[in-house]
Every structure is written in structure tokens, then in C-alpha cells.
Design a binder for this molecule. Sequence first.
Ligand code: 5GP
Ligand code: ZN
Length: 136
Amino acid sequence: MCIFCKIINKEIPSYCIYEDDLVMAFLDISQVTKGHTLVIPKKHYKNFLECDNETLSHLMNIAQSLANMLTEKLHAKGMNILTNVNEVAGQTVDHFHVHLIPRYNKEDACIIQFNESEKQDFDDLTRLLKVEKKIN
Ligand code: 5GP
Ligand code: ZN
């Protein structure tokens, strides 16, 4: 059983701040910033890409509510809301989770950097990626 499933089953203690039938939110053990929270589905999905639609919709709604609550109670000035998919993207726990990382200033311990890589052909890329049909 994965470490987050054990947290859901209360086999491992956590600082839970929200729980319902489908999701649970608890403080991340490594508080990148004050209030750093993880929102997870109670059912085990490996990552964002594998989560079922209903659970994902509910989880994102809860994540938004909690992000607003954290902002208000902790007087955060902003928030990074992110989820890592697979090891290459930094996923270390293979149970889908959304990070809520309140931000207080640009110099705090949360460093997310977008560097430019090689130049891309935007026409080629758009031709390849364009989705013609409406999704859903
Ligand atoms: P990832 O790198 O997979 O996106 O994030 C995993 C997160 O889980 C990390 O930020 C890490 O600090 C957190 N984490 C790992 N083990 C535990 C644990 O046992 N309890 C809590 N509360 N957080 C954990
Ligand atoms: Zn799990």
C-alpha cells in the first residue's frame, strides 16, 4: 500500500485539514512555505492523468476552496497550485496529489523557474497539436 493510502487509512498520522467521501487534504511534511498542503483522492490513482473525471472535478473544486481559505487565514499574497506527473517531472509519491503552496514573497523557499529551451516551429507544433473536435 502506498504512503498516501496509509495516511487515508490513518495507519500513518497526518495533519488533516479537510476530508470528505472522495478527497482528503493534509499539511505536506516538508513545508516549502507555511501552509503547504496536499489534496489527494481517497481512491488510489497514480497521477493526474489517470484520475477519473468525477473525482478530478471534485478534487479541483475542493483545491480551489482550500486555496482561498489558506490565502485568507495565512494572509498569503499568492499561491502555486501544481501537480507532478511521473518521476521525470518530480513526482516522488505515486498517488495523485495537488500541491497548494501559499506564497508570501518571491524570495521564499518555493523556486519554480521556466527557462527557454531550443526554439520551436510554432506553425508545425500547432498543426501537430490542434484539436479540431470539442472535448466532452
Ligand atoms: P511530489 O514530489 O510527489 O510532487 O510530492 C510529494 C510530497 O509528499 C512532497 O512534498 C513530500 O514532502 C510529501 N510527503 C512525502 N511523504 C509524506 C508523509 O508521510 N506525510 C506528509 N504529510 N507528506 C509527505
Ligand atoms: Zn495510494
